[in-house]
Design a protein around this ligand. Structure first.
Ligand code: ATP
Ligand code: MG
Length: 711
């Protein structure tokens, strides 16, 4: 059983595997290390990865990409609407405002969700890995941008589940890079020393992420992350493409914008130019033959022109770098290095901005394209019992603060809210909230920041059911566990009712009054009581992540234990009289239900089987076609088999091969595998005896020679 790490880039995906000897990148079926995040559909099959990208221009409407940016979002999300302007395939609004991708597949119209399409790509990556490693793949770690919100993370997990992958962790891209930096460093400071602080800048296809990380021997702790989710290499490509569009409009009177195919070609060409510009500051030519209306177009551009045109983009790069620096609260002299990864950090202007902000020449000690996948593979190996790797503790942080809200009840239970996970909360982490309630109630969670890259702050609502008053009609204690799991996904993971088992010793009236008072003041301030719990965190800590820092949590615990009015003894006395009942929770959150997931998984399996069948069919047809050509060539009047067959038979067989060729291109185009196989056997029954006669003839003189020698 192998464990793999997947860097799911918006443009390119990489898969790495952790082996005893180290981390290796897995090459795909085209012997390439990068697999485009691209899936396509045809009348016969699905086309995935490199092959999908290769046929894009001729199958524009049925070639789907850019999925990372559609995940976990609704059709009307302004972010989605902006993406759609760049995507040439058909996207519609389906039930519940969700996104549907409409394609022509198997000669019918099909509508798939972004999760399903992404699952197809993941299926391909799984397939590539299985083929390369010759072992089944199940466990994996997949990268996500650090700014991904709950819904986006859940959608990615759903996609992985449809593809039959077990995700041990969704790993922030920045943290994956940091891990691949730290793991092999032998000279990191010991715990008593000041940490080595390193900044990582990842500018990829469509987003920019900057993080600051503190390293000690054997461990890393994320200090801060900043991102611009809408700033990457493709934005530069668009600026350049728009520039040439305008130029062609005046020069050639053509509007490339009106022709999606032409515009896509232009984008591909300016991307090439952009890459050349990273190494070359002189003027570079752009030539596209037969661009539109049979016109050839040409233009040229210098790096300096590009920099002027993209100045607003570069300003945003600078801003994001500064944000990270500010949030990290590090002084420039406390930063050991700035490491760059991601394709777009190759752009000189971006390197210069890094130098400007951090006063350091960016280092490129990491593999710029593969650091994320390598970090994911390492993390996967650490979390999986299947492979042993060096221990390295990883403490990641949550990018956005999360608050929970609860409603008042008719019985007089107060409403309230609390910021349960502040920004930079260590992940994973759990906290307990204590309520006193008469009846079922709802807890809602939201991001408590206006700065999230998502149109809606709402994360989910959880209804805590079966809450009932005690025998005396009073509110009962309910503890609710709020969890931020290893994937960075927040949920209410459990709730329990603390019910008096037998009629409890009556508390003294003073105690009762004190408790009521405390409750009132706390609820005004914070809502119900909260307790931090490290139970979960330390459980997950055993899986490779460091135990979270308690920080503000500690004081909370203190505050709350005061509220329970308990010196330890009294608490114990009460606990003995309580029985805890697990309460059912209904969660109203984003994502597919188990039933839907099962249905999509089944559908994916069917499509995999259909693709496999189609591939076997195509292979059988190709084998027959190849044999026809090969045998006919050898049977031609100057062919190598010509003299080993009677002329009549030769002419007859060639005729039969010609007929077979015609059949292959006409009614034999779409037969099933067995038909081709049988026809191949039929031909071989005729061809092979001739071939054998030739082999015998070739061997014969040798036999005589040997015979002669032995005499
Ligand atoms: P993301 O991280 O945004 O999800 P990704 O991981 O697929 O996407 P990368 O592979 O890191 O993205 O980077 C791809 C981008 O880098 C493309 O826009 C590409 O044009 C750009 N790029 C690659 N090489 C160069 C270069 N030499 N100069 C300029 N840009 C480059
Ligand atoms: Mg990337």
């Amino acid at each position: 059983m192998s464990v793999i790490g997947i860097d799911l880039g918006n443009e390119s995906c990489y898969v790495a595997v952790a082996k005893a000897g180290g981390i290796e990148t897995i090459a795909n079926d085209y012997s390439l290390r990068a697999t485009p995040l691209c899936v396509a559909f045809s009348g016969k099959n699905r086309i995935l990865g490199v092959a999908a990208k290769n046929q894009q221009v001729t199958n524009l409407k049925n070639t789907v990409y850019g999925l990372k940016r559609l995940l976990g979002r609704k059709y009307r999300d302004p972010h989605v609407q902006r993406e759609l302007q760049m995507l040439p395939f058909n996207v519609i609004e389906v039930a519940n405002g969700n996104i549907g991708i409409k394609v022509h597949y198997l000669n019918e119209e099909h509508i798939f969700s972004p999760e399903q399409c992404l699952a197809m790509l993941l299926t391909k990556l799984k397939d590539i890995s299985t083929a390369a490693l010759q072992t089944p793949i199940n466990d994996c770690v997949i990268s996500v941008p650090s700014y991904f919100t709950n819904n986006e993370r859940k959608a990615l997990l759903d996609a992985a589940s449809i593809a039959g992958l077990n995700v041990l962790r969704l790993f922030n891209e920045t943290t994956a890079t940091a891990l691949s930096y730290g793991i092999y460093k032998q000279d990191l400071p010991v715990p008593e020393e000041k940490p080595r602080n390193v900044v990582f800048v990842d500018c990829g296809h469509s987003s920019l992420q900057v993080s600051a990380c503190a390293f000690h021997k054997g461990k890393l702790r994320m200090i801060a992350t900043a991102a611009d989710p809408n700033l990457g290499g493709r934005d530069i490509d668009y600026v350049l493409a728009e520039h040439f569009c305008k130029e062609f409009q005046t020069k050639y009177k053509i509007d490339a914008r009106s022709n999606p195919r032409a515009f896509l070609r232009l984008l591909a060409e300016v991307e090439k130019l952009k890459k050349q510009m990273s190494a070359n500051s002189t003027s570079l030519p752009l030539n596209i033959e037969c661009f539109m209306n049979d016109k050839d177009v040409r233009g040229d551009i210098k790096r300096a022109d590009m920099e002027t045109m993209c100045a607003p983009l570069f300003q945003r790069v600078e801003q994001t770098l500064k944000n990270c620096l500010e949030q990290s609260e590090l002084a420039l002299e406390d930063i050991y290095a700035v490491e760059v990864v991601g394709g777009s950090t190759r752009i000189p202007a971006i390197k210069q901005l890094i130098e400007k902000v951090f006063k350091k020449i960016p280092s490129t000690t990491l593999n710029q394209d593969e650091s994320v996948s390598r970090g994911c593979a390492l993390q996967c190996a650490m979390l999986s019992p299947a492979v042993r790797v060096r221990e390295f503790s990883v403490t990641d942080v949550q990018s956005f603060p999360i608050s929970v809200y609860w409603e008042a009840s008719a019985e007089g239970d107060a409403s309230g809210n609390v910021e349960i996970f502040p920004v930079k909360q260590a992940v994973p982490f759990s906290k307990l909230l204590t309520f006193y309630r008469h009846e079922p109630f709802a807890v809602k969670a939201c991001y408590s920041s206006n700065n999230i890259p998502y149109p809606d702050n709402h994360i989910g609502t959880w209804i805590i059911k079966d809450v009932r008053p005690n025998a005396e009609g009073k509110a009962q204690k309910v503890k609710v566990k709020v969890r931020l799991n290893l994937h960075g996904i927040m949920s209410i993971s459990s709730a329990s009712l603390y019910e008096a088992k037998v009629s409890a010793e009556p508390e003294t009236p003073e105690e009762q009054q004190q408790q009521a008072q405390n409750e009132a003041t706390e609820q005004q301030k914070n809502g119900p009581s909260g307790e931090t719990s490290e139970a979960d965190a330390s459980m997950e800590g055993a899986n490779g992540a460091a135990p979270p820092e308690v920080g503000s949590g500690t004081s909370w615990t203190k505050k709350i234990s005061g509220w329970f009015g308990g010196d330890g003894d009294k608490d114990k006395k009460k606990k003995n009289l309580l029985k805890t009942v697990e309460l059912p929770i209904e969660s109203l959150t984003y994502g597919f239900s188990q039933v839907e997931l099962n249905q999509y998984t089944e559908q994916e399996c069917k499509m995999i089987a259909a693709d496999k069948q189609e591939k076997e069919r195509a292979d059988a047809r190709n084998a027959l076609e190849e044999y026809v050509y090969e045998l006919r060539g050898k049977l031609s009047s100057d062919g190598e088999l010509c003299e080993f067959v009677a002329e009549n038979d030769r002419v007859g067989l060639v005729q039969q091969l010609d007929n077979m060729e015609n059949w292959l291109y006409e009614e034999g185009e779409e037969c099933n595998r067995q038909v081709y196989f049988n026809k191949l056997q039929e031909l071989k029954a005729k061809g092979e005896p001739i071939q054998n006669r030739r082999i015998e003839a070739e061997l014969r003189p040798l036999v005589f020679e040997d015979f002669g020698k032995s005499l």
